[in-house]
Ligand binder design. Structure first.
Ligand SMILES: CC(C)(COP(=O)(O)OP(=O)(O)OC[C@H]1O[C@@H](n2cnc3c(N)ncnc32)[C@H](O)[C@@H]1OP(=O)(O)O)[C@@H](O)C(=O)NCCC(=O)NCCS
Length: 216
């Protein structure tokens, strides 16, 4: 994939990253990576507490269940590979498939309780309820989760994942949607055509809701 944009023009850009859909056998690896990558976001600290090791383990378990659905039936999961090693990942759910069905919610509940405990499950469920309330009625691809290994951030890997995401949705002339809990991420997503359309407070943490029109 040859890309040359302002964002990636810096000397810290890492070359030779392969972006491809992950295999079903790579779901566990992607879940572990996203658990590590996302354990310190403000929303996850507010929802799962101050113990970073607990948050990482809890999120790995939740993402394992979630990415299995995303990769099997609801959409797809992209991986960024450096020398064959997974260093970044993002999930994307297809139009009409981003909300969990009742059977999916029922299947997910014991996994959430097992991994996050009662308090964490309650907090994550209130987060999902809030996000669902904002979910657009129009057809859209839903981006998330997104994460890059901590020591490799700011070197263009997230942007490569976003460019592949954009290529896929633009091929379908589809719009897309995401939620984020950090202002630094807002500018990252704006660089890839997303714009803020709503803001809300979830579990005491500000959240930005962003839409991307086809071809933006
Ligand atoms: C957000 C994230 C996926 C971006 O991936 P990345 O590989 O760092 O992104 P790029 O190198 O292509 O772009 C970097 C841009 O991302 C933004 N960014 C957000 N968090 C960052 C971080 N911790 N380190 C570096 N850049 C970060 C900055 O705006 C930066 O812009 P700049 O290049 O002008 O400084 C990655 O930083 C990450 O995993 N963050 C933690 C988990 C998270 O917040 N996920 C998103 C949830 S919505």
């Amino acid at each position: 994939m040859g890309f040359a944009t302002k964002r990636n023009a810096g000397s810290r850009k890492i070359e030779g990253i392969e972006i491809r859909e992950i295999l079903p056998s790579e779901v566990d690896l992607a879940a572990a990576l996203l658990g590590r990558a996302m354990r310190d976001t403000p929303l996850h600290i507010a929802s799962l507490g101050n113990d970073s090791a607990f948050r990482e383990q809890a999120l790995e378990g939740v993402f394992r269940a979630f990415l299995s659905l995303e990769s099997a039936t609801k959409g797809l999961v992209l991986g960024a590979f450096r020398n064959g090693i997974l260093v970044g990942a993002c999930g994307m759910m297809g139009p009409g498939r981003c909300q969990l069905t009742l059977p999916e919610k029922i299947a997910m509940l014991p996994k959430m309780l097992w991994n996050c405990g009662l308090r964490g499950t309650g907090k994550l469920n209130s987060l999902f309820r809030n996000w669902s309330k904002h979910d657009p009625v129009h057809s859209h691809w839903h981006l998330g989760p997104v994460g890059v290994e901590r020591e490799l951030r700011g070197r263009g890997i997230g942007s490569q994942l976003l460019r592949e995401f954009s290529r896929i949705v633009d091929d379908e002339h589809a719009s897309s949607w995401l939620e984020t809990d950090q202002e630094t991420n807002v500018s990252f997503y704006q660089e890839h055509g997303f714009e803020v359309v709503a803001k809300d407070t979830v579990n005491g943490v500000p959240n930005w809701f962003m839409k991307r029109s086809s071809g933006a």
